[in-house]
Design a binder for this molecule. Structure first.
Ligand SMILES: Cc1ncc(C[n+]2csc(CCOP(=O)(O)OP(=O)(O)O)c2C)c(N)n1
Length: 635
């Protein structure tokens, strides 16, 4: 448990309404204690850092002003909501953040009654808040609904769909735009420039005074109408803000305000509380506020591993090359030789390994923002136009572009190359971020080819293969982190739809795909110690499946286990079972080992793999039982 004596005021706060008992001076102290709690704990657990230091005053001011509950707050993504966690009774558990069995790094409705909206993926808050608002209107219950979104998330298509709908519903909803000019990397796109223009305007110093001064400038009838309103802060009062895109779309735009000026933020929310209809409060914040190195390099300090808070240093990452880096290096090497290659990321240049590409070949690098759907169709257009798009999106975020993959890429059989980092269990980010579904959601699509490398060397080969593959869409999925280096070094060339046999035995066949190949090899070594001879196959292709190689090993051993970091339904194992059944080969027992039909929580990757039974020991154990007991495991 954290040392609560370090946070005397914060430790007495169990829920937002407790803030209402504090005077302004104490609220300033609460802000300082929240920053300290974030630094103390996140420096030990790792997690989102800069984004949370930027929302401290905003959260305290909102929670001290609104009536929560019954008022409700929907945080977008949730990676900036640690102050919210600390103000809603989770200080004592804060040192378990993102740890196995501990509290989540994001918000989850199941974790706290104060988490009104769970997330992890961006751009959902305004839609969710709008739903809450309509439900409230139907109930006639009258509570206030707030959505808090970052500037990058507000550029996502879904956020615009919600804004468009909000104006139509014309219900009472407050959107707080937390504008720190940053996504994880620098924010991109035309909207960013629009926000910058708004930022450059005179900031509100004092809301009442500003409202008054603006009213005085208005023509009389409008001024009278305006003055009649209780707090006088509608769009009528801010003529120089006309042109703010949100006003054109039916929102009352109010801002920009300094999101770290607690007193002003308290005034802002006290006023905003009274407003009717859709309202947008534009707050300017600084990512990393209060921790100098994070302010200076918010990109590096967005998400952190455990670090030394005194020295302000994160440990250097050593060890074998990561899949991410291998991807970035290999694609850049290929793109230098092939001018048709274009790299696309959806707001994840560092996470997908494209930072170097962006620097060296900026004219062929596109960061589309948090817009995975657009990224996919944009890539399809590039392919149709003769370019070679490499669309690098995390497995979990490509879920956003599912229809685009089918409708724009696959039906037209366009050669878009998808590179899916973070496939399988990702660790501390938990349920919203695991790449648990891509083998399923891609396998079902006609024309799609899917590969998964057993290690980083094979990833490089697969990237080369994919960039040459012009016949239609192709995807390479690979896990977070580095490869297991214990695999055999001997290599065979990648051939379309062909698997690789890594060792042969007569009693059982273990078939791995991607990250699970290493576990299968280790399981085979354990089995060997128990005098059980196993064949190990590196499937390489989830689609098309190498039925010939798998079937001939299955016939030889009559027992087979598939292992994958993907859910069972629609996954690799199911495809193998189907192929064996369709072959009508008699007497083959098959067991499929996969992720469960449940959302896997957070922890380290190895803790989670142990939880779901994907370890060399558990594979060996199952294999031994199958071989020794001759037990029927027919699907
Ligand atoms: C759909 C989706 N794509 C990508 C991400 C990865 N991601 C997490 S936070 C973030 C940046 C968000 O920027 P912004 O909304 O401005 O919030 P800030 O971090 O600046 O507070 C990104 C791209 C995500 N969570 N969801």
């Amino acid at each position: 448990m954290p040392d609560l004596s370090r946070y005397p005021l914060l430790s007495a706060i169990r829920e937002p309404r407790d803030l209402k008992t504090l005077d302004r001076q104490s609220l300033h102290k609460v802000c300082a204690e929240i920053r300290l709690a974030i630094l103390d704990n996140v420096s030990k657990t790792g997690g989102h850092f800069a984004s949370n230091l930027g929302t401290v005053e905003l959260t305290v001011a909102l929670y001290a002003t609104y009536d929560i509950p019954p008022d409700k707050v929907c945080w977008d993504t949730g990676h900036q909501a640690y102050p919210h966690k600390l103000l809603t009774g989770r200080l004592a558990e804060f040192d378990t953040l993102r740890q196995h069995g501990g509290i989540s790094g994001f918000l989850r409705m199941a974790e706290s009654e104060h988490d009104h909206w769970g997330a992890g993926h961006a751009c959902t808050a305004v839609s969710a808040a709008l739903g809450y608002a309509m439900a409230r209107d139907l109930r006639k219950s009258g509570e206030r609904i707030v959505a808090i979104s970052g500037d990058a998330a507000m550029a996502g298509g879904m956020a615009w769909e919600a804004v468009n709908n909000a104006a139509q519903l014309n219900t009472d909803i407050t959107v707080v735009l937390n504008d720190n000019k940053m996504s994880i990397a620098e924010n991109v796109g035309a909207l960013t420039h629009h926000f910058a223009r708004l930022r450059s305007r005179r900031w509100f110093q004092n809301i009442e005074q500003r409202a008054k001064s603006v009213v005085e400038k208005l023509p009389k009838p409008v001024a009278r109408a305006a003055a009649g309103l209780k707090h006088g802060v509608t769009h009528y009062f801010a003529p120089e803000d006309v042109g703010a895109i949100y006003e054109e779309l039916g929102f009352q735009y109010y801002g920009p305000v300094d999101g770290h000026n607690l007193d002003m933020m308290l005034d802002l929310f006290a006023n905003a509380k009274q407003l009717k209809g859709p309202v947008l409060l534009h707050c300017i914040t600084v990512k990393g506020k209060g921790y100098e190195v994070a302010e200076q390099d918010a990109r590096k300090w967005h998400g952190v591993v455990p670090f030394d808070p005194e020295k302000c240093e994160m440990p250097k990452s050593g060890g074998p090359i990561s899949y991410t880096q291998q991807f970035g290096d290999t694609l850049l090497e290929l793109a230098k030789k092939d001018p048709a290659i274009v790299a696309i990321t959806a707001a994840m240049p560092d996470g997908t390994g494209l930072t170097k590409f962006a620097k060296e070949l900026p004219e062929r690098y596109v960061d589309v923002g948090i817009c995975e759907q657009h990224a996919v169709t944009f890539a399809a257009g590039l392919a149709a136009g003769g370019a070679k798009p490499a669309c690098a999106i995390y497995s979990t975020f490509l879920q956003r572009g599912f229809d685009q993959v089918i409708h724009d890429v696959a039906i037209q059989n366009l050669p878009v190359r998808f590179f899916l980092d973070r496939a399988g269990l990702v660790g501390a980010d938990g349920a919203t971020h695991h790449g648990a579904f891509d083998l399923s959601y891609l396998s079902m699509i006609p024309n799609m080819v899917i590969m998964a490398p057993r290690d980083t060397t094979e990833l490089a080969e697969m990237i080369r293969f994919a960039m040459k593959h012009n016949a239609g869409p192709i995807a390479v999925r690979y896990p977070r982190g580095s490869a297991d280096t214990s695999l055999p070094e001997s290599r065979t060339r990648i051939r379309f739809g062909r698997a690789e046999v890594l060792r042969t035995g007569t009693q059982i066949t273990l078939v791995g795909i991607g990250s699970t190949v290493a576990a299968c090899c280790k399981a085979a070594a354990l089995l060997e110690q128990q005098a059980i001879e196993a064949t190990v196959i590196n499937a390489r292709f989830a689609k098309p499946l190498d039925v010939q190689t798998i079937l001939s090993a299955a016939k030889e051993t009559s027992k087979l286990i598939t292992v994958e970091e993907n859910v069972a339904s629609g996954g690799f194992g199911e495809a193998v079972v189907r192929a064996i059944r369709e072959s009508n080969a008699p007497g083959i027992e098959v067991l499929t080992l996969s992720l469960p039909d449940a959302f896997v929580e957070h922890g380290t990757q190895s803790e989670l793999l142990a939880d779901v039974g994907i370890t060399p020991e558990s594979i060996a154990d199952l294999a031994r039982k199958m071989v020794r007991a001759g037990q029927a495991f027919v699907d």
